[in-house]
Design a binder for this molecule. Structure first.
Ligand code: FES
Length: 213
């Protein structure tokens, strides 16, 4: 399977502006979804039932207005395949890839250079690459890091989970290059110290110790 949404490399000013907004949106929407990565980080990845756990955390957080809905990406994704989808918003282009060793990865498909569409190219590199045809930008499929070309930042990550029936779901996003634990500690250090402590956030540990004295 190949990526199904591939805008033309050449874009006019209006479309370029729209793509830039897409890119900014993909980055800015990550913060309020960081909570989901608590589950992924603590448990080592969401298993079946994890989506409900994740939703529960948000409800406890009291942020129902911004409840991010898990979205089904595809019924099945085999090694070497990719699928384009939109997440977390309808305008946020993303791509899911099953690497040859079975690893499932997801990223924003908006290039961090000038917002062209990033494509999965199984035929490039030792295990395939995420490739931007506009200016030959290349991203490591396993990490999202830039490996060639002008993109200044890694692709923002989209966290995926797989259910027992083989379906793949998008559940959260991350900022470009932001370590998961850093983002989680930043968001939950004050408001959810018990969760932050589970993650080993230094500030949460200190706050808990201070609270006990
Ligand atoms: S827009 Fe992707 S490399 Fe320039």
């Amino acid at each position: 399977m190949s990526v199904t949404e591939q805008p033309a490399p050449g874009t006019g000013p209006d479309e370029a502006q729209e793509q830039l907004r897409d890119r900014i949106s993909a980055d800015s929407l990550t913060t309020r979804r960081d909570y989901l990565r608590i589950v992924a980080t603590v448990s080592g990845g969401l298993a079946v039932g994890g989506l409900g756990v994740a939703s529960g955390i948000l409800h406890r957080h009291g942020d129902t207005e911004t409840l991010p809905e898990a979205r089904k990406v595809t019924d099945r994704l085999d090694p070497g395949q990719s699928v384009a989808f939109r997440y977390p918003g309808e305008e946020d282009r993303a791509v899911a890839v099953r690497l040859s060793d079975g690893t499932l990865v997801g990223y924003s498909a908006v290039c961090t250079h000038l917002a062209c569409a990033v494509l999965w190219r199984e035929d490039r590199g030792p295990e395939g690459e995420l490739y931007c045809p506009c200016h030959e930008g290349v991203f490591d499929a396993r990490t999202g890091e830039v490996t060639a070309g002008p993109p200044p930042r890694p692709l923002p990550r989209v966290f995926l989970t797989e259910q027992l029936d083989g379906s793949v779901w998008a559940i959260a996003t991350a900022r470009s290059g932001e370590p998961a634990k850093d983002a989680l500690c930043r968001q939950f250090g004050d408001s959810r110290p018990e969760v932050a402590q589970r993650l080993g956030c230094p500030d949460a540990t200190r706050a808990t110790e201070t609270g006990r004295t």
